[in-house]
Design a protein around this ligand. Structure first.
Ligand code: NAG
Ligand code: NAG
Length: 681
């Protein structure tokens, strides 16, 4: 039952608790009494609000189009079910004569005023009343004072738009209150003063945009709070103050854009946290830190989530289950995203946009038993060696092999659906069946396109935030290039621009002059990937001046026998710039070589040139990354800038070998010896 109860707590919102209970119940027994016409009278299993089992004499009159109470109701009725009828008034005098009436279900009827139910006599033994799906719109003061023993009050799916501050006065024993899915726009802290025993509160589905500070401070016994579907945008620092016993908290389906970190610090006892379906873009460093009791965390169904940053989950010693699934833009989990999660057993990462899961993540989770990665565009290359079929491939270092063995103990959930989507030759193969020999040993950076849109519009004076992430082995360096050609690397310091260590570029108070093409470059020893975003800055009505294109001049800085250093100055971000060069020889067919120039680069060392040769080098400017549409505006700017030069002569060999005298004498001696030997032969 303890287990059952915790399920109820967690799933209280979805209603899954009920089927779990029903599924394991003993059958109903016959109850021989005069039963109202068309109703069914049976002895049925019943659980008290604190989960104690009872055999309850039950009168079931559901779905009978009743407009008044059916008679006669047997004297020892415990549960009376009147769901889905047409009742709008109730003769409580009849119910008053039922000394053991404990559970009354009036859901899906036509009550529009609560006084129609609780008007006259009190029902001192009633523990539970269901009033869901009626037409209640207002709760006056002391609405339920005739139900002094009530422990459960269900008012969800009515039209409640106002509740008097003392509406719940007299409900000293109430444990569970559902007022979700009504039309409340504010939460009044006074409601809860009368409810010192309340353990479960469902408030979701009301159009409340902000919770009051210290609004729940009276609820010192509350264990579960469901705030789903409310339109919450942020949480005040003290919104959850005083909830000392709170174990389960749901923010399912709200408009939160950040993890409400400060508010969560006020509920240290939290065990289950659901942030599913919010507008959170990043899980940032320290978002979930030192939550010493947290057992399960859900970060699912977030349309905008792009990245789980370094140390975003840190020191959660009780966390056993982590679910980060169905986030269509989530393409990046930092290799050190999870720190000090010593008890994490289950890691659910399926149905995201992940290309890989870094081996360090597996190694940082000592208790991990299962991982779910299916339905992701997985790249079966160097980042996945830990998952390969055999890890004893000679090309892989011993250290990596040992680590991989550790990681392999982890069970894959749905291995038959965990498929490679790249490289092309491994597409549709099961990740666990690819051998490590088939996977490349190192890999180029790739910037997942799902994390960056191709166009972003910002209001003038607003804040521009662009998230760029890349995974590769060796670990890539990330930098941004602004429309004016400025390169913003991790070491560069610009007050106006901020480059977060994870690759997020932030520009506050953006001006129309800063509109244009921004390019992210991820580079490692093997190569680079780039992704460009066009930023539009909207200024009320005024025309935007187009930045005047300056024509960079190509210059020769230095020339050697086999190399030449060229440079150019650009005041513009030209991400698809190329450099081409050709030896100018009398023999006609010399090949032309081309190289891509990474955005933000303004000089290049051409190597492997032939000495004593004329070369012609050209700089081809380009904006669009696919190379098809290089719209620089004027025709003239499309023309490449070129220079010609001749590589240096190879120095003439010095006449005569300059050997030092000692060496010369040894050489002479050796020659003599050889001559003598030859003679001897
Ligand atoms: C009410 O319940 C008690 C305890 O189960 C029982 O002894 C009593 O007979 C019941 N009252 C009626 C009227 O059935
Ligand atoms: C350019 O490349 C050549 C040949 O690799 C090298 O000797 C030279 O030092 C390089 N110059 C610079 C400035 O990197």
């Amino acid at each position: 039952l303890a287990l059952l109860q915790s399920h109820c707590l967690l799933y209280v919102f979805s209603g899954m608790c009920v089927p779990i209970v029903v599924g394991s119940l003993p059958p109903a027994l016959p109850w021989y009494v005069p039963c109202p016409v068309r109703c069914v009278c049976q002895i049925k299993p019943w659980f008290s609000p604190d989960s104690v089992y009872h055999e309850a004499p039950t009168v079931d009159c559901n779905n009978l189009l009743l407009t008044k109470l059916p008679l006669p109701i047997p004297l020892n009725t415990h549960t009376l079910r009147l769901q889905s009828n047409l009742l709008s008034v109730l003769d409580t005098a009849v119910l008053h004569g039922l000394p053991n009436l404990t559970d009354l279900d009036l859901s899906q009827n036509r009550f529009s005023r609560v006084r129609m139910i609780t008007q006259s006599s009190s029902l001192p033994s009633l523990l539970s009343i269901h009033l869901e799906e009626n037409h209640l719109s207002h709760l006056p003061e002391a609405s339920f004072s005739s139900l002094p023993a009530l422990q459960e009050l269900f008012l969800s799916h009515n039209n409640l738009h106002s509740i008097a501050p003392g509406a719940f006065n007299g409900l000293d024993s109430l444990r569970r209150l559902h007022i979700n899915n009504n039309r409340l726009t504010t939460i009044d802290p006074q409601w809860f003063r009368a409810l010192p025993q309340l353990e479960v509160l469902m408030l979701g589905g009301n159009p409340v945009e902000a919770l009051p500070e210290r609004g729940f401070v009276a609820l010192t016994s509350l264990r579960s709070l469901v705030l789903g579907g409310m339109g919450l945008r942020s949480l005040a620092e003290k919104a959850l103050e005083g909830l000392e016993e709170l174990e389960s908290l749901s923010f399912y389906d709200n408009h939160l854009t950040k993890v409400p970190r400060q508010a969560l610090k006020r509920v240290p006892g939290l065990k289950f946290l659901d942030l599913n379906k919010n507008r959170i873009k990043l899980i940032e460093t320290g978002d979930f830190k030192d939550m010493l009791n947290l057992k399960e965390l859900g970060l699912n169904n977030m349309e905008e989530l792009v990245s789980i940053d370094k140390a975003s989950l840190d020191n959660l010693p009780e966390l056993t289950k982590l679910e980060i699934t169905n986030n269509p833009r989530l393409s990046y989990v930092h290799p050190q995203a999870f720190v000090r999660l010593s008890r994490l057993e289950s890691l659910m990462l399926n149905s995201n946009s992940l290309s890989a899961l870094h081996q360090n993540i597996m190694l940082s989770l000592p208790s991990l038993q299962e991982v779910s990665l299916h339905s992701n565009p997985l790249r079966c290359d160097c980042l996945f060696h830990w998952a390969a079929r055999d890890t004893s491939h000679p090309r892989i270092e011993r250290d990596t092999q040992m680590k991989a063995q550790v990681a392999r103990v982890v069970r894959f959930i749905q291995p038959e659906a965990t498929l490679c989507s790249a490289p092309p030759e491994l597409r549709a193969r099961r990740v666990r069946e690819v051998s490590s020999g088939e996977m490349s040993a190192s890999c180029l950076p790739t910037i997942p396109t799902s994390s960056l849109p191709s166009y972003v519009g910002v209001q003038e004076g607003g804040k521009l935030v662009l998230h760029c992430r890349a995974l590769a082995e060796p670990y890539p360096e990330l930098y941004w290039v602004t429309p004016s050609g400025l390169r913003l690397g991790p070491s560069a310091f610009f007050k106006h621009y901020q480059l977060q260590p994870e690759g997020t570029l932030e520009i506050s108070r953006i001006s129309p002059r800063e509109a244009g093409l921004y390019t992210c470059v991820a580079e490692n020893a093997l190569g680079a990937d780039t992704h460009s975003v066009t930023v539009g800055v909207h200024n009320r009505g005024k025309n935007r001046k187009r930045g005047v294109m300056t024509k960079p001049k190509l210059e020769l800085n230095e020339v050697g026998e086999h190399y030449a250093i060229l440079s150019w100055q650009s005041r513009q971000n030209l991400p698809s710039t190329r450099l081409s060069w050709q030896a100018m020889q009398t023999s006609s067919h010399t090949p032309t070589y081309t190289t891509r120039i990474l955005a933000g680069t303004q000089s290049f060392n051409l190597t492997h040139l032939q000495a004593e040769t004329f070369y012609r080098v050209c700089l081809h400017l380009g904006v669009s990354e696919d190379g098809k549409r290089d719209n620089l505006g004027s025709e003239g700017s499309k023309k490449p800038r070129c220079v010609s030069f001749r590589t240096k002569d190879v120095p003439e060999p010095q006449p005569g070998l300059q050997l030092n005298p000692e060496l010369t004498s040894i050489a002479v001696t050796l020659l003599l010896l050889a001559y003598i030997l030859l003679l001897a032969v």
